[in-house]
Design a protein around this ligand. Structure first.
Ligand code: B3K
Ligand code: ZN
Length: 876
């Protein structure tokens, strides 16, 4: 199939005003009757053929304006329906299709999860239900009638508001009718039918509209929905306060299902969730799970405006809804929790997921120009870098113009399908700024490299700062143009305070932001009384790699004095990274590993600094991961050397601060009943990080402390942290702990997922064989994406040394899994396959092994479009 190109976009020749669906649910023979009201669009010549999308469909009936169509008037194939000469005037088309939900293992379109019928239509799943103009710029008003056996599916849900329900006389069947008054694209269609429990609540919007809220889950899980419901109500209130967005239906329903390809889906009025992002109780969910649930519930809810009321003109504009909605959920979390800690967590995620994507063969612009399979573009670049671009826009235009621009966007484009140009025009108008250069952030792939150097002249009392930028060549993209990069900054004086200066020349400074717009700029600050240390890129004001000429002294100074908590953390990370890169090179060369003592001392100060909140200290003490170090090294990567370096530094820290860490563990031991709030979670994070150091400190009772925590933990966060340390450090008792964990949580699949992940991420020679064995565990199921991700994806992305073994056993394991999965669920297979994306950065022996595994995958002729797209790009 030909790639789809942004430049080829044309509006559809026909529009669909209303869609009436009548769906009779049956496990293997569901009948879907779709009545579409169609009309020619302006500019479409009368008689222009109508081509509807399909995917694996079986047509069982077709009528035009109430009369069956003769076979000569149309052609039906599984993947398209052609109407050769439609009427010139608006007309009704009735299409009947037959589906087999039970055999739908791709989990796109209509499928069954543990007996519940449910749907996933984004991006192109609606065409697996009926023939349609399955593209996001065709907006219609939907009415959905569902019919199913009452005992199998007492609950019948669809988009919008419930308008009718009843029994079918003389049968065991019943029906429900739902009407959604808001025009929407087909990808937002959803239905759910099953035997589910319901937890209800109520929210009154600021204009007084009462909304019935409900979360539907498997029976017996009702008491695990409280956190999700609280998160939903907070999201609804926050969106009114922060963006003026009010809810617009009488009901808001959330359904949790156990088989789901991604996190959740924002279907209008009927969000469908991976149960992992709904269910929580202290015994089975970690603090991270609680935080994720809060964020994902908010994200899907926020889509009601950014995505649903205003949708995307075409799939190239995906970041219009995703980047913006991620930005919104990040802001929500910042307001609910600690803003700097949230920022640190988001930047960690961006650097560990998006930066490598942007540096390898899968790199693409935030708004791609072409795709072969759109499902492969739900990426960290579209989501996370997309959010960074919105954040920069806010810095650029300022808070007030940002809010006016958003108001304008929401007003002007309501009930339409919009583009990035439409979005940016609102901010240009609200601020009076020219955003032409800024728009390049949507067009150019790759992470800009910013280099900073400075010179202080004591006689002239000037401080000259030179900044330059360069876009590395990635994924076939030519030389880039300079981007508009906002660099938030301060000059810090010897007393640790931000310094004043008289004025600047070089023109690029406004307030605390330097606007880097050229390839290279020098800004001269005058009236600077002493040599300052510049604190650059505060709050990570732009998604760039920053290389400064700050020496270790300056960086240590920043770790102690930077008034911006984010940059304080960044200084720690920079020191750690420099040392880890140096130690990795030493390990690769077989030289002795001697960690930097000054850095180790500085970490001790942070650990002891009670003025810093616990969550922040935990982030500071958490060293860059192995993949982060690999990314910094960039080429000829040897994961074993990296692990050796990181282990050496961890041990040095542990030996220097073992007692302080042990004290921290004791001080922060829980004294009250578990609460998932951010402050308590922060204390647990610090305690568990300290416990990890204790474990490698050589202290005599180290192992006992870890085992004690495992045995006595009253919550999953502490239990899992202890288990991970036991297993990863190979402490005696690890096997018993694994067995105990398994027994305790045997009936709880989401907890067993954690048990899979702990074992899959263990950096030990035996791990590939262990992972293979675990695929035969009774709790494992190749058909369930959560199981696959927690075992196989966790191995591929969270176990650098074992995935990239020199003997190729890790790559082989993952390649086999990809091939096995691909026949069943192409999206999940393609996602797993993308773990290979950084293979070219490996040292030659490992790189050749990876390449061979990729070629084995590529050799399968019947590979899905999804996997073919990824493997081809990886090998390009
Ligand atoms: N919009 C969905 C993602 C759909 C993925 C399709 N392959 C969830 C979200 O981003 O909110
Ligand atoms: Zn989203």
């Amino acid at each position: 199939p030909q790639p789809v190109r942004l430049e080829d976009y044309r509006p559809a020749p026909y529009r669909i005003d209303t869609v009436d669906l009548d769906i009779r649910l049956d496990p293997q023979a569901t009948q879907v009757t779709a009545r579409l009201r169609l009309a020619r669009n302006e500019g479409t010549a009368a008689g222009t053929p109508l081509v509807l999308d399909g995917d694996g469909l079986t047509l069982t009936g077709l009528a035009l304006d109430g009369r069956p169509l003769p076979g000569t008037a149309y052609a039906a194939r599984p993947d398209r329906l052609d109407l050769f000469s439609p009427p010139a005037e608006p007309f009704d088309l009735e299409i009947v299709t037959r589906l087999d939900p039970d055999s739908n293992t791709a989990l796109m379109g209509l499928y069954r999860s543990s007996g519940t019928w449910c749907t996933q239509c984004e991006a192109e799943g609606f065409r697996r239900i009926t023939y349609f103009l399955d593209r996001p710029d065709v907006l219609a008003v939907y009415t959905t009638r569902l019919e199913a056996p009452k005992h199998e599916a007492p609950v019948l849900l669809a988009n919008g508001n419930p308008v009718d329900a009843g029994e079918i006389p003389d049968s065991d069947r019943h029906y429900a009718v739902w009407h959604d008054p808001h025009p929407k694209p087909s990808y937002l269609f959803a239905l759910v039918a099953g035997d589910l429990a319901r937890v209800t609540d109520r929210f009154v919007t600021r204009s007084g509209r009462p909304v019935d809220l409900a979360i539907y889950v498997e029976h017996g899980k009702e008491d695990h929905c409280g956190w999700a419901m609280e998160s939903l109500k907070r999201s609804m209130a926050w969106d009114e306060a922060a963006f003026g967005c009010e809810y617009d239906l009488d009901v808001f329903n959330i359904v949790a299902v156990s088989d789901f390809n991604m996190g959740a889906m924002e279907n209008k009025g009927l969000n469908i969730f991976n149960d992992k992002y709904v269910l929580a109780d202290p015994d089975t969910a970690t603090d991270q799970d609680y935080a994720h649930i809060e964020a994902v519930i908010a994200h899907e809810y926020f889509h009601n405006w950014t995505g649903n009321r205003i949708t995307c003109r075409d799939w190239f504009q995906l970041c219009l809804k995703e980047g913006l909605t991620v930005f919104r959920d990040q802001e929500f979390t910042s307001d609910m929790r600690s803003r700097p800690v949230k920022r640190i967590a988001d930047v960690r995620l961006l650097k560990s997921h998006q930066f490598p994507e942007d540096a390898g063969p899968l790199a693409h612009p935030v708004r791609p120009k072409t795709y072969r399979e759109i499902n492969n573009f739900y990426t960290a670049t579209v989501y996370e870098k997309g959010a960074e671009v919105v954040r920069m826009l806010k810095i650029l235009v300022g808070d007030d113009a940002f809010r006016s621009g958003m108001d304008l966007y929401l007003r002007r484009h309501d009930a339409t399908a919009a583009t990035i140009e439409d979005f940016l025009a609102c901010f240009a108008e609200a601020s009076g700024e020219d955003l032409t250069q800024f728009a390049l952030w949507y067009e150019q792939a790759g992470t800009p490299q910013v280099t900073a150097s400075s010179r202080y002249d004591g006689d002239a009392r000037t401080f000259a700062l030179t900044l330059s930028q360069q876009l590395p060549p990635v994924a076939g993209q030519g030389e880039g143009k300079p981007a508009a990069i906002p660099i938030r900054f301060a000059l810090i004086g010897p007393n640790g305070q931000d310094m004043a200066y008289d004025r600047t020349s070089g023109g690029a400074v406004s307030g605390d932001v330097i606007h880097l717009t050229e390839r290279s700029q020098t800004i001269v600050f005058s009236g600077v009384s002493q040599r300052p240390v510049p604190s650059l890129l505060r709050g990570f004001s732009a998604p760039v790699r920053l290389e400064t000429d700050l020496d270790p002294h300056d960086l240590l100074f920043l770790t102690r004095h930077d008034g911006d908590p984010f940059n304080r953390w960044q200084a720690v990370q920079e020191l750690a990274t420099r040392d880890l890169v140096r130690l990795s090179a030493a390990a690769q060369a077989g030289e002795p590993l001697r960690p930097d003592a000054a850095f180790v001392t500085a970490l001790g100060e942070i650990l002891d600094d009670e003025r810093l909140d616990a969550a922040f200290r935990a982030q500071a003490l958490h060293l860059p991961g192995e993949a982060d170090i690999a990314r910094e090294i960039g080429r000829n990567v040897d994961p074993d050397a990296i692990l050796a370096a990181r282990t050496a530094l961890r041990k040095a820290i542990a030996r220097a601060h073992g007692d302080a860490c042990a004290e921290t563990v004791l001080d922060l031991a829980p004294t009250t009943v578990f609460s998932p709030d951010a402050a308590s979670a922060g204390r647990r994070a610090l305690k568990n990080l300290a416990l990890g150091y204790v474990a490698v400190s050589g202290l005599p009772d180290a192992a006992d402390m870890v085992i004690r925590q495992f045995d006595t933990a009253d919550n999953m966060t502490d239990r899992l942290a202890a288990l991970t340390i036991l297993v990863h450090e190979g402490i005696d008792g690890a096997d018993e702990a694994l067995a105990a964990f398994r027994d305790r949580h045997a009936r709880h699949a989401l907890a067993i997922d954690k048990w899979f992940t702990v074992q899959a991420t263990r950096p030990a020679d035996a791990t590939p064989a262990a992972v293979r064995a675990l695929t035969g565990d009774e709790g494992f199921d190749w058909g369930n994406p959560n199981r696959v991700r927690s075992l196989v994806n966790a191995f591929a992305t969270g176990n650098q040394t074992q995935f990239a073994r020199t003997d190729g056993a890790g790559f082989d394991l993952v390649a086999e899994a990809v091939l096995q999965l691909d026949e069943r669920n192409p999206q999940v297979a393609a996602r797993l396959l993308s773990a290979f994306r950084s293979w070219r950065a490996l040292e030659p022996v490992r790189a050749r092994r990876a390449e061979a595994a990729l070629h084995r995958i590529a050799a399968r002729e019947t590979l899905s479009k999804d996997a073919r797209d990824i493997v081809d790009r990886c090998l390009q």
